[in-house]
Design a protein around this ligand. Structure first.
Ligand SMILES: Nc1nc2c(c(=O)[nH]1)N[C@H]1C(S)=C(S)[C@@H](COP(=O)(O)OP(=O)(O)OC[C@H]3O[C@@H](n4cnc5c(N)ncnc54)[C@H](O)[C@@H]3O)O[C@H]1N2
Ligand code: MOO
Length: 536
């Protein structure tokens, strides 16, 4: 049977709703750049291991019963666990099959990248498109493609910081007069003409933001001044020289670097750029993303009923991607329709397609066969992280970096694939999020976030750590991402794990402050672990 026939058979079987009698054939696919398709294809996921799945049969957190800890074995090069981690199922070493299919599946999972390697890989596969100039009114949410340097001194002139009087000398003062003896009108913000110089012992009314006349030693606040007679001014506490004057260039001098390449354009960046003289900014466009929600069991209104549940990912993923820097063009609800999935995958015009569910090897998990049918190349297929280990990352147009064929619409993209390469186009990527909601979130943080940052030309977030206020049980071999809440005040706050952090639960993460990155083997109270900020 040819590879294409095998795939067709697998898809037909999946569509029939029957369970697969045997493991599917190993796919004959192109080798990938860094990580290959697993030898065991779509069936290469190990059975759910309660360690790190953080959920017992009552839906309680596994953290509760943890006791032992091993050494760390994460991508940071810590040694492997010497003692199996424990109690609440945290170690299944004793139950591991020594050979056979289960052993092969476990080996395949162990060959998957560590969590930190997967993050690094997702951050390195894509490059940003060429920069573009956008008016300030359109640049919000994009990423700076060039440093912002001050085009002017800020403030551009000596400026009054208060409403009151510009005074020269220690006082009392005479009010400044015009040539014909009238009191000189006060100076307002935006007055076009240069204010005349103040002589020693003179004062003139001035508004906040107005240019301070030459000769001014300080600004006397309106409420601190007392007019004596028609033409004299005094104060109980004479202002020190320079009081309430913002000197020219106090914030920056022309040419000073204000913001670096890779900074996101926030509302404050727009304000600073405008103040510093910019009308347009050189930016990298926001990557375009599309979301496909898979699963016939999902309801989109009302209460769960008849074995069906509400779609928790449709409402979550789109705003999450937006917060990660993407422009989400659509969220589409596809059910478990393999053909609709293929059409959506091969026809997308988004830079990043994000799917939810269907990553595993269940009877209606169509994602992996669809990717093969579409000629996609898997870059990551499984990550050593809990929850979320079946997450995947693929490039939909593995050949797009090659010169375009004469008729790009008909040229096959890859052996057995039904799509054509798109002339001169940039590669499109697919992030497959597992269906369990917390596992999907783990995929967003592990693969989607770093990929979108790379496409947007964004700088890496600064690594942050926090001290653990409680024991964090670990998975023996995989990293765990655990919703935590900060507690206490002071320079170093401590973090505590939240309950309800099972892979199918969002209750913990909906009220967390961050996700703790718990290394394989776990971490003890007082230890520092990396923490990931949520993207808002
Ligand atoms: N034999 C094995 N089965 C499973 C494994 C495994 O290693 N071997 N891994 C488990 C893990 S871990 C996860 S995570 C899931 C991943 O499965 P899929 O990505 O194929 O997701 P589905 O099967 O479609 O759904 C899983 C679960 O999540 C619910 N779901 C799906 N979409 C949504 C949504 N939009 N909102 C709320 N809930 C959703 C779905 O109903 C299922 O309960 O596979 C395990 N199985
Ligand atoms: O538990 Mo699965 O780890 O990805 O939800």
């Amino acid at each position: 049977m040819s590879g294409a026939d095998e795939l067709d058979e697998a898809i037909a079987l999946a569509n029939s709703g029957r369970t697969r009698p045997d493991p599917p054939p190993a796919p004959r696919l192109k080798r990938i750049r860094r990580i290959q398709w697993s030898e065991h294809g779509e069936d290469a996921m190990e059975p759910v291991d309660p360690a790190g799945q953080a959920e017992d049969r009552h839906g309680r957190s596994a953290q509760a019963g943890h006791s032992g800890r091993g050494e760390h074995a994460d991508g940071a090069g810590r040694p492997a666990p010497q003692h199996p981690v424990d109690a609440s199922g945290a170690s299944r070493e004793a139950e591991r099959p020594g050979d056979g299919e289960g052993h092969q599946k476990r080996a395949a999972h162990e060959a998957a990248p560590s969590w930190s390697d997967a993050v690094a890989l997702a951050a390195s596969v894509a490059t940003p498109p060429p920069p573009t100039s956008l008016g300030l009114n359109r640049a919000l949410g994009h990423t700076l493609a060039a440093p912002v340097r001050a085009l002017t001194d800020l403030p551009p002139f000596d400026t009054s910081a208060m409403d009151g009087w510009a005074v020269s000398g220690p006082g009392p003062w005479e009010l400044a007069r015009t040539a014909d003896g009238e009191e000189r009108p006060g100076i307002l913000a935006g007055d076009r003409s240069d204010p005349p110089r103040l002589a020693d012992g003179e004062a003139i009314r001035i508004a906040t933001g107005a240019r301070v006349p030459a000769g001014t030693s300080a600004v006397l606040r309106w409420e601190a001044a007392e007019r004596t007679g028609a033409a004299r001014l005094r104060t109980a506490t004479p202002p020190q020289p320079g009081t309430d004057i913002r000197p020219r260039g106090q914030e920056c001098r022309t040419g000073d670097a204000l913001l670096g390449t890779g900074s996101p354009v926030t509302p404050a960046v727009l304000g600073l750029a405008a103040a510093a003289g910019y009308d347009e900014l050189e930016v990298v466009a926001r990557p375009r993303a599309e979301v496909l929600v898979l699963g016939d069991e999902l309801l989109h209104r009302g209460l769960p009923r008849d074995g069906r549940i509400r779609d928790a990912l449709g409402p979550m993923v789109e705003p999450w991607l937006t917060a990660l820097g993407a422009d989400v063009t659509a969220t589409r609800l596809l059910g478990d329709d393999a053909e609709a999935l293929f059409e959506a995958v091969s026809g997308t015009t988004a830079d990043v397609l994000v799917t939810t569910g269907g990553t595993a090897a269940g009877p209606v998990d169509h994602l992996q066969p669809t990717l093969r049918r579409a000629g996609a190349r898997l870059l990551v297929h499984g990550v050593r992280v809990r929850p979320g280990h079946p997450m995947l990352l693929a490039v939909l147009d593995p050949d797009d970096e090659a010169p375009a064929a004469p008729d790009a619409r008909t040229r096959p993209g890859a052996a057995g694939a039904e799509t054509g390469a798109r002339a001169g186009a940039r590669p499109r990527y697919l992030v497959g999020l597992p269906g369990n909601p917390l596992a999907a979130l783990s995929g967003l943080m592990t693969l989607a976030g770093p990929l979108l940052r790379a496409l947007a030309g964004r700088a890496e977030p600064r690594p942050r750590t926090a001290t653990l206020g409680a024991e964090m049980p670990g998975h023996p071999r995989d990293t765990r991402l655990v919703p935590v809440r900060r507690e206490g005040s002071g320079v170093r706050s401590r973090v505590r794990p939240l309950r309800y952090a099972g892979p199918a639960m969002l209750r913990g993460v909906a009220s967390c402050d961050a996700l703790a990155v718990v290394p394989p083997g776990g971490a003890a109270p007082g230890e520092d672990v990396a923490v990931l900020d949520l993207p808002w």
